[in-house]
Ligand binder design. Structure first.
Ligand SMILES: [Zn+2]
Length: 180
């Protein structure tokens, strides 16, 4: 009984099956190959520094043009945020009180306009992941070197390690000492 059924199923394809109906025989002609049309919108490359947020760009805009160039270049290579550009008097003295800065107004390199210092963090931000701050520093230092900008990283300081902090080595402000 089973053999009979199998034979019916596999050895005698039905002539009136809709699948086997080749009337007109159009289905046996291969369809022309579909050539995908390139999408010009998708092929536009992303801007180099599109990892920077609007707020980061606002803060960066208060920084010395050399710092801006370095950050723009580095931001295209490593996700980051600018958490500080210029610091006004109130902000500076608050940073001093919190222990985020060793200096009172107007002695930080953040206090001039344009700011001679910028604070950068890797994104997404995890303050405990020191390794990522170090990775970011490698990228930022490389960008500075490429652009011929002499940069000092706060993470290289011995007494007070300030990993988000980057400043221009040469100060244009008589008020600025070399700290955060
Ligand atoms: Zn700083």
């Amino acid at each position: 009984m089973l053999k009979h059924l199998l034979r019916r199923l596999f050895c005698q394809p039905s002539r009136n099956s809709p699948v086997g109906d080749n009337r007109g025989d159009r289905s046996s002609v291969p369809a022309p190959a579909v050539v995908p049309i390139p999408d010009p919108i998708r092929e536009v490359p992303k801007p180099v520094a599109d990892t920077l947020s609007k707020l980061s760009r606002e803060r960066l805009s208060q920084c010395h043009p050399d710092l801006q160039r370095v950050v723009e270049l580095a931001a295209g290579r490593y996700p980051m945020a600018v958490i500080q550009g210029h610091r006004g008097e109130k902000e500076q003295n608050e940073a001093f009180s919190r222990g985020n800065s060793k200096l009172k107004w107007p002695n930080s390199k953040h206090n001039s306009l344009p700011s001679m210092a910028v604070d950068l963090v890797p994104m997404p931000l995890d303050w405990n992941n020191v390794k990522r701050f170090d990775e970011l520093a490698v990228v930022v230092k490389a960008a500075a070197k490429e652009l011929g900008v002499e940069l000092v990283w706060g993470g290289d300081w011995k007494s007070f390690k300030d990993r988000p902090h980057y400043e221009l080595r040469r100060s244009t402000s008589p008020n600025s000492s070399n700290s955060n």
